[in-house]
Design a protein around this ligand. Structure first.
Ligand code: PEP
Length: 281
């Protein structure tokens, strides 16, 4: 079988934290720590909208990518308080979070709006990180796989093969976010494997309808875990086959902690590169 090396991604969601000066200081500390390091994962930070411009200036000096925490699906219009994909690309934003559980919980995001945002992001060249995950009641009722696969299918079910290649998924059990109570790595890996199978089924449907999937299968798709990730838990998560990185909230707000998480993911990048070079000999 062909050895597929998936991109390893460490993403920091700053949520509604950091003024412009605080965001600049945090970015500069991360940039200073990672610039010139080898085997880095893809590093993405998601500051609040107000700090995007300042952070964009600071990351010019290093290997960090810029992300936004949400977007509206219209290019412009009478949508007070919303941010359009055009406004994000204007700031050199490359990634966008879509369907984060806090958006679903407090701001009416749902399985009808996530596909609209996903398509808007992709049509403007933004890479969406689709966030999916179950509530504690759903887990206790044995509904985890049904809820998560429905969220994946609703958001991605109408994409073309070309669009699929740009997507990242983050499995974030809602009960693990901001609680200090992370999902056991083996269970997170099980759900991420189920997500990959769900994507494989969506791709098979595309193939049936005549799309050329020669260079794409579900094994290419990066799937991250999110939910109380810390420097003390990332190493175990990164040993799991189907977890390709982390979406980090609270622990991304302190440079030392976030850089330790990046370093742990670098070990995975190194291991994968070594395995690939051994396989090609
Ligand atoms: C998140 O915001 O997506 C998240 C996972 O937060 P935390 O790491 O704080 O649980």
């Amino acid at each position: 079988m062909k050895n597929i090396q998936r991109q390893v991604i460490i993403a920091g969601n700053w949520k509604m934290h950091k003024t412009i000066s605080q965001a600049t200081a945090l970015t500069e500390e991360i940039v200073a720590a990672v610039t010139n390091e080898k085997n880095l994962p893809e590093i993405v930070v998601f500051p609040p909208f107000t700090a995007l411009s300042a952070v964009e200036k600071s990351i010019k000096k290093g290997p960090i990518k810029l992300g936004a925490q949400n977007l509206d699906w219209h290019d412009e219009g009478a949508f007070t308080g919303e941010i359009s994909p055009l406004m994000l690309t204007d700031l050199n934003v490359q990634y966008v979070l879509i369907g984060h559980s806090e958006r679903r919980q407090y701001f009416g995001e749902n399985n009808t709006t996530t596909p609209l945002r996903i398509k808007a992001a992709l049509s403007h060249g933004l890479k969406p990180i689709l966030c999916v995950g179950e509530l504690i009641d759903e887990r206790e009722a044995g509904l985890t796989d049904a809820v998560v696969s429905r969220q994946v299918g609703a958001a991605l079910g109408e994409l073309t093969a070309e669009q699929f290649a740009q997507v990242v998924i983050a499995y974030e059990p809602v009960w693990a976010i901001g609680t200090g109570n992370h999902c056991a790595p083996a269970e997170a890996n099980r759900v991420c494997t189920m997500i990959r199978k769900t994507v494989a089924a969506l791709l098979a449907r595309l193939e049936d309808s005549g799309n050329d999937l020669e260079n794409l299968n579900a094994n290419h798709l990066p799937i991250l875990y999110g939910g109380s990730v810390k420097s003390s838990t990332i190493t175990e998560l990164m040993k799991e086959e189907h977890i390709d990185g982390a979406l980090v909230g609270g622990a991304s707000l302190k440079s030392e902690e976030f850089v330790s998480i990046i370093e742990a993911a670098s070990d995975r990048v190194k291991r994968a590169a070594k395995a690939a070079s051994t396989a090609s000999r």
